[in-house]
Design a protein around this ligand. Structure first.
Ligand SMILES: [Zn+2]
Ligand SMILES: [Zn+2]
Length: 327
């Protein structure tokens, strides 16, 4: 579809094509299209593969022994908190330096020309990046650590069932394949809840002050929002899995938003793409609020009438809908 002026006026960069969703839900079924989508988004050398490998490394080399975690003591909990903070610095920090401080790829694939806010009273310390770092660590990493510690203590004490990889590798891979569906569905519904006027005003607003987002905006949220947003790994208390699956689930929830909020659709090294990064779908949510609550893995936005595909027509429809709601 041809873009007309308004899209070009707002965005420094926006994708040529309207936003597309996972073809898994298209009818009639197109197996080749589904296969290509899954490979492109989840199995090719991508950040998701990186997160899976990182999950293994974290559980086997950067987590205290089960024996230590049987008893709840501050020293190992603090160690996990510091490890998670370091991981966030590694991902969000390096993306921020690469894209926004050293500007290695300039404005290429950057959605908005604007820079992160400074001298802005809306943000703590009058600085958007420092504000986002504060909320990401004080709220985001604290909640992440709390969920992780809760799960690991339960595993160490045998209070929760697990299915080790060695016992059922198939189940392990089934979890990996189901992550997009679990996360896409969970995110859509909790996000609709966060847009309830009361929760929006008192809780979700902390995240939404960021219209122009950066890597540190990802889990820069009010603690209540982080508790709700990071709750999808609780599913492993009900359906047993390998603990590595839980670690991967947690880092997908906490570290992946550094990419999706980075403000750049791709991370480039000269002419070569290193990784896909932010998605325009969520960038549109930060700009227009009442659309794109989920992500592209499950087309709930399409099914429930909240989809914005990035075109001028979609912006017009959204405005019309808002006007009718007011009348
Ligand atoms: Zn966001
Ligand atoms: Zn929102």
């Amino acid at each position: 579809m041809k873009k007309i002026s308004e899209v070009r006026k707002i965005w420094n960069y926006s994708p040529e094509e309207p936003i597309n969703y996972n073809p898994l839900f298209d009818w009639p079924i197109k197996p080749v299209k589904i296969f290509n989508w899954m490979v492109r988004r989840w199995i090719s050398i991508s950040r998701f593969l990186m997160f899976i490998l990182l999950g293994f490394a974290i559980y086997h080399y950067l987590t205290p022994s089960l024996q230590t975690m049987e008893n709840f003591t501050l020293d190992w909990v603090l160690l996990i908190f510091l490890r998670n903070t370091a991981l966030l610095f590694l991902i969000a920090g390096s993306l921020h330096l690469y894209l926004h401080v050293y500007k290695i790829q300039g404005d290429r694939f950057k959605f908005l020309k604007r820079e992160m806010s400074t001298n802005n009273k809306l943000f703590k310390f009058n600085n958007q990046v420092y504000d986002n770092m504060f909320w990401s660590i004080a709220s985001g990493v604290t909640v992440w650590t709390a969920y992780e510690v809760l799960y690991l203590t339960c595993v160490a004490n045998g209070w929760v069932n697990i299915v080790p990889f060695t016992e059922s590798p198939i189940q392990f891979f089934a979890w990996i394949l189901c992550f997009p569906l679990i996360r896409g569905t969970h995110f859509y519904f909790i996000h609709r809840l966060l847009h309830h006027p009361f929760l929006f005003k008192h809780v979700h607003i902390t995240h939404h002050r960021n219209v122009n987002t950066g890597p540190w905006s990802g889990i820069s949220m009010h603690p209540i929002e982080n508790i709700i947003y990071q709750s999808s790994p609780l599913i492993h208390f009900i359906i047993p899995s390998d603990p590595v699956v839980v670690i991967i689930h947690l880092i997908l929830v906490t570290l992946n938003p550094a990419f999706t909020h980075s403000g750049f659709e791709k991370v480039m090294n000269k002419e070569t793409k290193i990784l896909d990064s932010a998605d325009f779908h969520h960038q549109l949510h930060h700009r227009y609020y009442d659309c794109n609550y989920g992500n592209m893995d499950v087309p709930l936005d399409v099914w429930l009438g909240t989809h914005h595909d990035g075109t001028d027509q979609a912006t017009k429809n959204l405005r019309m809908k808002k006007r009718n709601a007011v009348i």
